[in-house]
Design a protein. Structure first.
Lengths: 285, 331, 282
């Protein structure tokens, strides 16, 4: 890993010194060994703050939404998940490809800082290599097939409706509505989320099962076919809610109805629910 | 007097006959203060619960009054429910945050009746810390992990038992209730201190002069603007007031709000005095470390480390404090 | 100079409104109406001091903090501009509507500290609403104050608020001058055309023994403050009011802070000298 870290710093320095990019979004080290945080490096003299280690968990592409009209290109470190998030934002017309310079980094997965076991989102990752990049550091790693992509969904589907209701009731009774899941999600890129349109009153601010479930369901449906399965929503949830089960239920149904589908692998394949074909199934019509 | 650890369950049972007793528990994977009797595991050995006990006094959603309206008329009826509650096993940091909330809700011109009713009905039973987490820094914030001075009762962990120190009338009432369980005996605990040390001397005053400092230009970018830090913080107390309508009647409620949310300060008409993450993060840190001290003479940070552990992007108030220290005084 | 005084009308709980009634609604401009409010018993809901605020609610729809424009023996007046969800709904109600009211909140204009001084009141748009409470107080206690100048401006002649006061009542008061301007005139407008800050400079007031009460949109306050400075007014001679989003009104809920001050409790009235000591975050 340290080789890649060195290469990353070298690449970053070159990109900043040449003026190719205005700044680089990568990871920096926190106080504790198991912590990193996203950093924004402008000064070539500070590229040594960039790290590449077992705890680089945060995805980075969403930060482009804070700088929609950059003066120069934004350099971003992209693994498989980050690169799919870039595609997500490009396809949703929230990011221009020419506004970013993608430093691709093949990734063999990160560690959960609490347990030091492989992070759940990384264990479930089907695309460890960036799917789009301008430069690739190191060489591609072997992809790990995910035959059990929908196993957790199948477990839910095996429940009776009452069991399933109780399961999700318990989940959303715990939700504190901090909106970390929404804010970290590259598919949640609305300029103004419906939850923040408090004057309209779509979403009550009170914390109770009904309001929490409305939030969870609305978000799951709105993300729908655009979920890139980065697992960040579940990772950042302070209450440890199994949010990817909901997203994967949507994806499983989409796969069943419209054929094999994964979001964000490129910008050309249209999202299954985002377009219409004459031979689409109509069982719900 | 002392309470044998083997009799804690009995002691909690006795309290639970008279009040809702909130104890640190792991319930469905989440550590929090849950009513004794909830299905879960009593967790008196963990340093800090993920969720602090603040919702005993300041629930995430609290009903204020019921109303009925028609095209012309309106009726309002205040909701005054308040049951007896005991928080058992809270740490000094969480007691400090109750002191902070007392200052906010009970002083400076107005008493908040919703809070004061709950506060009067609350008994606090603190337990000293026998170890600290690497992310604990309460003693740098003026909190003593060995002693929660303002608690109604302090329990001192002496290994197989707790020495019982009742400090207020409410505390003495608990001691009287427990009399059949208590044994003679004294003892002391070896005092602990936090490994993580921060130098807070002069920091609030210094920060007050740093509103325009370029220290704010770096670090906020990583913030994702979620409410995790504020919702798991024992001292954060900001709230919103809203109505839940059911046809011609409804309930006015207040609920936690977060200064990290973009719409928090946005006014009718659209103007927002804190338009970006930079201003919002600055306000949070300034409120914790400078503004509150100026108004109430306390740090609004209890040093519990919850936000340090749980921020999704590891924004770390302790590193910020060190950074402020490094800034030259006239810088 | 500014003395904070706090009182609350609610006998028990400052966060629970008393039900009051709108007894009269006056159209001031196309988007400003004045609502006259009494208790259900026909009395004054509470007795605010000039500059104080009231939390006005259409119960079930929303609450908003508004300045109290005027008061009489048995009523309070709120001049309210249509600007968002609550005020849109409020502009649709008819007299007789029962509403919620709590207050009074906040500090007051320095009516005592200004005694013996000449007064220069400057208002822009709906900003005349809070200033009007002090103007009326000054006229009720006319001998306590020196010369009174009132400068007021709005976008167009149709947007001028309190027209009876501006053109009839106030100019008739002793030792009083009213100066009105509009940003953009129309075919019937013979008065001054121009922005308020420039108008203030044109009128060239003397800072000697004079206190300014300045209220209006932030941009107007900013440029007026600059104009006044040029004319020799010191920061502690200029009093203004601030607006922030508010929910509780009693300094608890957190959102209206500027530094360690809460606008609902420590404000809304501040001198420019006090504002200079606070972060510029409003």
């Amino acid at each position: 890993m340290s080789d890649i870290q060195q290469e990353l710093r070298k690449t970053a320095r070159e990109l900043l010194e040449s003026g190719e990019v205005g700044y680089i979004i990568g990871w920096g080290k926190g106080r504790f060994a198991n912590q990193t945080h996203p950093i924004f490096v402008k000064d070539p003299a500070k590229v040594d703050e960039l790290v590449w280690d077992d705890y680089c968990l945060s995805t980075l592409a969403k930060y482009t939404q804070d700088d929609k009209y950059p003066e120069k290109k934004i350099g971003i470190c992209v693994r498989g998940c980050d690169s799919r998030a870039v595609n997500r934002l490009i396809q949703d017309h929230q990011l221009k490809r020419e506004d970013v310079y993608l430093i691709g980094i093949p990734c063999s997965g990160k560690l959960d800082p609490e347990t030091n076991e492989p992070a759940k989102k990384c264990v479930e990752c089907a695309h460890r290599n960036p799917v789009v990049y301008d430069v690739l550091l190191g060489s591609p790693v072997e992809e790990v097939p995910q035959p059990e992509r929908f196993k957790e969904v199948e477990e839910l589907e095996a429940m009776t409706p009452d069991e399933r209701y109780n399961y999700w009731a318990d989940v959303y009774d715990k939700c504190i509505r901090c909106y970390a899941c929404r804010n970290v999600c590259p598919a949640c890129n609305c300029r103004e989320c419906y939850t923040d349109q408090y004057r309209v009153g779509w979403q009550g601010k009170q914390n109770n099962r009904a309001e929490n479930q409305i939030f969870g369901i609305t978000r799951a449906y709105h993300v729908g076919d655009r979920c890139i399965e980065c697992g960040e929503c579940q990772r950042v949830c302070p209450m440890g809610l199994p949010l990817m089960k909901l997203n994967r239920k949507m994806l499983k149904d989409i796969n069943n109805l419209f054929g094999a589908y994964e979001a964000g692998l490129d910008t050309e394949t249209k999202p299954a629910l985002g377009h219409y074909e004459t031979n689409d199934v109509e069982e719900f019509m | 007097m002392k309470l044998s650890k083997s009799k804690v369950n009995q002691a909690l049972d006795m309290l639970a006959k008279e009040a809702t007793v909130l104890v640190p528990m792991i319930v469905d994977g989440v550590s929090k203060f849950a009513p004794w009797g909830t299905e879960g595991k009593l967790a008196l050995d963990i340093v800090n619960t993920l969720l602090p006990p603040k919702d005993a006094l300041f629930p995430q959603t609290e009903k204020m009054y019921k109303y009925k309206v028609s095209a012309e008329t309106a009726e309002v009826k205040e909701i005054t429910d308040s049951d007896k509650q005991v928080v058992f096993g809270l740490r000094s940091c969480d007691m400090h945050s109750i002191d902070c909330m007392d200052a906010v809700f009970l002083t400076k011109g107005y008493v908040d009746n919703f809070y004061s009713r709950k506060r009067e009905n609350l008994t606090t039973i603190a337990i000293n810390c026998t170890k600290s987490n690497p992310t604990c820094f309460c003693d740098s914030m003026g909190v003593d992990p060995n002693n929660a001075a303002s608690a109604d009762m302090q329990l001192i962990d002496i290994g197989d038992a707790y020495v019982v120190e009742a400090r207020t009338e409410k505390g003495k009432a608990v001691e009287a209730l427990w009399q059949p369980l208590l044994e003679a005996g004294e003892g002391t605990a070896t005092p602990i201190s936090c490994e993580l040390k921060l130098d807070m001397a002069g920091l609030p005053a210094k920060l007050r002069g740093m509103f325009e400092s370029d220290i704010w230009d770096d670090g906020y970018q990583a913030c994702i603007g979620c409410g995790t830090c504020t919702y798991i913080c024992p001292t954060c107390y900001c709230f919103d007031i809203n109505a839940e309508n059911h046809g011609q009647e409804g309930v006015q409620f207040r609920c936690w709000d977060s200064c990290m949310f973009s719409e928090y300060t946005r006014m009718a008409g659209g103007h927002n005095p804190r338009p970006s993450k930079k201003e919002r993060l600055r306000n949070r840190f300034m409120h914790k470390l400078a503004y509150f001290d100026e108004r109430y003479n306390k740090n609004l940070c209890a040093g519990c480390g919850r936000c340090v552990v749980n921020c999704p992007v590891n924004i770390d108030i302790t590193r910020f404090i060190e950074k402020v220290k490094e800034v030259p005084v006239n810088g | 100079m500014v003395e904070i005084e706090r009182e609350c009308s609610c006998e028990k709980n400052p966060l629970v409104p008393q039900v009051c009634q709108i007894v009269e609604i006056t159209d001031e401009t196309p988007d400003i109406k004045t609502f006259k409010v009494k208790t259900m018993e026909g009395t004054k809901p509470f007795a605010p001091k000039p500059g104080q605020l009231g939390m006005f609610s259409l119960i079930g729809i929303g609450e908003g903090m508004f300045s109290i424009t005027a008061q009489g023996e048995d009523y309070l007046d709120f001049a309210i501009k249509k600007i968002g969800m609550l005020t849109d709904a409020l502009h649709e109600v008819k007299p007789g509507k029962q509403i919620g009211l709590r207050g009074p909140y906040g500090n007051t204009f320095p009516t005592e500290g200004c005694k013996g001084k000449n007064m220069l009141f400057i208002g822009g748009g709906i900003g005349l609403a809070p200033v009007r409470s002090f103007i009326r107080y000054a006229f009720e206690n006319r001998k306590d104050y020196g010369k009174i100048d009132i400068v007021y401006g709005s976008r167009t002649p149709a947007d001028l608020c309190f027209k009876d006061d501006l053109f009839k009542n106030w100019p008739a008061m002793p030792d009083t001058e009213v100066h009105v301007t509009v940003d953009k005139g129309d075919e019937n407008w013979n008065g001054h055309v121009g922005f308020v800050p420039a108008f203030v400079e044109e009128l060239n007031f003397s800072p000697a023994d004079t206190i300014v009460v300045l209220c209006g949109p932030p941009i107007m306050i900013k440029y007026c403050a600059q104009s006044l400075k040029k004319m020799g007014f010191a920061d502690d001679q200029v009093v203004t009011t601030l607006e922030m989003r508010m929910k509780c009104g009693i300094g608890k809920c957190g959102r209206c802070n500027i530094g360690s001050k809460y606008v609902c409790l420590d404000g809304p009235v501040f001198t420019m000298a006090e504002l200079a000591d606070l972060p510029a975050e409003y």
